[in-house]
Design a protein around this ligand. Structure first.
Ligand code: SF4
Ligand code: SF4
Length: 206
């Protein structure tokens, strides 16, 4: 009988404690928010989705080399005269067409190691953290602003430039040959080297 009344007392007592805690929190500031209608303010150095400002990218590949999970793929083509790509907002000259700049954000671990070495500060973390997808292929971000036709054109120009350069070099060599210029003879080894390899020894080897 005693145990029966004790159990009843414990039940009311524990409910009272719980209600006391609830009542206390009625008058304290809430620690939860009504996400997604309300969002917390992020700290300055929060790491979220990456963004690349291609206007300032010089295709140096530093970010890709720094990435520990190889999720950045960059391909470039050298710009040849008369193309002038100008300079970045930081004053760095642009010499390469960035034909491909992909980040597989599904692999990214948000370490920000790609951000620090960038000489033009064009790759950075944003405050965007809601970018989930049903299809993981949609997490492969293409940042290059060049169309396939522009990429092909840049590649063709570079190949032509290389071919022209090789042809010009060959022409110069041919002209020199035609003018009777002979290549400089190699210096014959004398002195110490002969001491190390006496004539008799060489003869016996042959
Ligand atoms: S944040 Fe880290 S993992 Fe993500 S792309 Fe940059 S270096 Fe690679
Ligand atoms: S380090 Fe910066 S400039 Fe160099 S390829 Fe990466 S994003 Fe472009």
């Amino acid at each position: 009988m005693k145990r029966y009344f004790k159990d009843i007392w414990d039940s009311f007592y524990t409910i009272g404690i719980g209600m006391g805690v609830t009542f206390r929190h009625l008058f304290t500031k809430s620690v939860t928010i009504q996400y997604p209608d309300v969002k917390l303010e992020l700290t300055d150095r929060a790491r979220n989705r990456l963004y690349v400002n291609m206007d300032d990218c010089i295709g140096c590949d530093q970010c890709s080399k720094a990435c520990p999970v190889n999720c950045i793929t960059i391909e470039t083509v050298k710009a040849v005269p008369p193309d002038d790509l100008g300079v970045t907002s930081t004053g760095n000259p642009k010499r390469l067409w960035v034909t491909k700049f992909d980040i597989d954000i599904a692999k990214c671990c948000y370490c920000a190691l790609c951000v620090y070495p960038c000489p033009t500060e064009c790759i950075k973390m944003t405050d965007v953290y809601e970018f989930s997808e049903f299809d993981r292929h949609n997490l492969l971000y293409n940042f290059s602003t060049m169309t396939p036709a522009e990429v092909e054109n840049a590649a063709m120009k570079f190949e032509k430039w290389q071919a022209d350069k090789a042809a010009a070099k060959k022409e110069t060599t041919d002209k020199k040959k035609a003018a009777g210029e002979k290549p400089q003879p190699k210096k014959q080894e004398t002195g110490d080297s002969n001491k190390n390899n006496p004539p008799d020894e060489n003869k016996s080897e042959s």
